[in-house]
Design a protein around this ligand. Structure first.
Ligand code: ADP
Length: 498
């Protein structure tokens, strides 16, 4: 027997109740429905509670207070009537009492109705006491009842029975104005409460609109953003601070995502360009090497030509070697931020080493290279800074045909400024921003001829960035170029290792 069937197909009253409950309180419904239901429930409960209180409790209290007053009045009168020496005198007393107070009096002794104030005489007839509502006895000596008079007024009657004297008194009085007023008030109160209920429902509907309006706007904007409309701004027309803040934060979040996506797209583009550039840079020297090797295989080649081809092949090999070294350097810097190991060292000494290494290249071109500086200590990664200096001075020599290359160190407060100046061809202004990009060259042919990979300055920039520093350049076409950067000055004049 499958026990779960009972739950899958509930039947009967329980099922109907369950469906009704689910219809009133669904598992998923708009905020507007929930807020409306909550308001309606609470206001409805308040109205029903107040209605029940006025209708049952207050009405009952008023009524019993009135009955009590009537009864006291009747008791007093009946006591006086009992004391009358004769029934005639009792009737006379009752008559004068009814005139003064304008009450409806009926007086009986035993089964005989002695006098009725409306008829102003004794009444006769079958079963008269019962008809007049005066059928009281020892068991039930007091009775109250209401009667609607032909003029539309409601009268309240009390009937009293004194077993000792067998007197029965019926005393009727129109409902007091106060009681009527109270009843009217009850009615007004009920109508007022119903109106309040309607107003509260209307108010709750307006309130829910106010709350859900901005939520709808936020939801539809969020949907648009999900669908790829990243420029969409969430706009809510509300004075509610929470919604204003929510929209503001969501907009900020979407802005930052947009920026990140743009950055990722830019990086992907750069990456694609980079890979394209690498394949181009690699293919060219390989083709050249292949061509020269093929030519070298020819047995009829003049020794002079053979030598030149071998040199060209080697030159291209060197270019490939340089390219791979630079690529490895870039990859290292890119993926290993911890590759920088700062230590205190004498920058002047390092600069001299680099200058001496490159001096032959400068002299080969007839260039003068100046690097006369006094010792200055900095805190940086010595080997990486060697690379920076090499790239900058090597470029200065490569792109200068005559004049000089000057390398200068200067202390500037807590920094040491390094400057490489040349009297070369200079860089046109429109290229200045781009020369630090990978593979960007002002004159690609000249760069390749001088063994350049187009990566030197981007490596310089990356190394200095890893040190928290920047590279600067200024240049005048035809007059020369000046590159400079700074490194943190180290107080000590003794080298200290990291
Ligand atoms: P390359 O390997 O081509 O030298 P770099 O990244 O070192 O690559 O430099 C990028 C480009 O900047 C060079 O191709 C060159 O056009 C220009 N450049 C760099 N240094 C100098 C300089 N001192 N004088 C003139 N142009 C320069």
């Amino acid at each position: 027997m499958n026990r779960s069937r009972k739950y899958l197909r509930p039947k009967g009253l329980r099922y109907v109740l369950y469906r009704l409950w689910r219809w009133i309180f669904p598992t998923r419904a708009p905020v507007r429905t929930w807020m409306f239901l909550t308001f309606a429930l609470f206001v409805g409960l308040a109205v029903v509670g107040a209605g029940l209180y006025t209708g049952l409790v207050l009405h009952g209290q008023l009524r019993s207070a009135m009955e009590q007053t009537l009864r006291t009045q009747a008791e007093r009168l009946l006591t006086q009537l009992e004391q009358a020496p004769t029934p005639e005198e009792a009737v006379a007393l009752a008559r004068s009492y009814s005139r003064v107070t304008e009450v409806h009096l009926t007086l009986a002794r035993g089964e005989t109705v002695l006098w009725d104030s409306e008829a102003d005489r004794p009444l006769e007839g079958e079963n008269l006491r019962a008809r007049l509502g005066m059928d009281v006895d020892t068991e039930r000596p007091v009775r109250f009842f209401e009667r609607l008079h032909p003029d539309g007024q409601r009268w309240l009657y009390v009937v009293l029975y004194r077993p000792a004297s067998a007197w029965v008194l019926r005393l009727g009085q129109p409902e007091p104005v106060l009681f009527k007023l109270a009843q009217q008030m009850e009615l007004t109160l009920l109508v007022g409460m119903l109106a309040a209920l309607l107003l509260a429902l209307l108010g709750s509907w307006i309130a829910t609109q106010k709350v859900t309006g901005p939520l709808h706007a936020i939801r539809s904007s969020a949907r648009n953003i999900i669908e790829g409309h990243f420029d969409e701004k969430i706009q809510v027309h509300t004075r509610a601070a929470e919604f204003q803040d929510l929209a503001h934060h969501l907009n900020k979040m979407s802005d930052s995502f947009r920026e990140k996506i743009a950055e990722l797209q830019r990086l992907t583009r750069l990456q694609t360009e980079f890979i394209g550039n690498i394949s181009h840079e690699v293919r060219n020297p390989i083709f050249s090497i292949g061509g020269y090797l093929e030519a070298l295989a020819s047995p009829t080649l003049e020794p002079e030509v053979r030598k030149r081809y071998a040199e060209k092949a080697l030159q291209n090999l060197q270019r490939l070697n340089n390219l791979f070294n630079d690529l490895i350097e870039i990859a290292r810097l890119e993926y290993r931020a911890d590759l920088i190991h700062p230590a205190v060292f004498n920058l002047q000494e390092l600069l001299d080493e680099v200058v001496e290494m490159l001096r032959p290249k400068a002299e080969e071109k007839g260039l003068i290279i100046h690097a006369e500086n006094s010792p200055l200590y900095v805190r940086a990664d010595r080997e990486r800074i060697r690379q920076v200096l090499t790239n900058l001075i090597d470029n200065a020599i490569a792109y200068t045909d005559e004049g000089y290359v000057r390398c200068r160190l200067r202390r500037r407060r807590d920094k040491v400024q390094v400057e490489v100046v040349d009297t070369g061809r200079g860089i046109p202004e429109e290229h200045l921003d781009r020369i630090f990009e990978r593979f960007y060259r002002v004159d690609p042919d000249r760069s390749r001829r001088s063994g350049g990979t187009g990566l030197g300055l981007s490596i310089v920039k990356q190394i200095l960035q890893a040190h928290g520093e920047a590279i600067h350049v200024e240049s005048t076409v035809g007059r020369g170029t000046r590159f400079w950067f700074e490194l943190p000055y180290a107080e000590t004049d003794q080298p200290v290792s990291a």
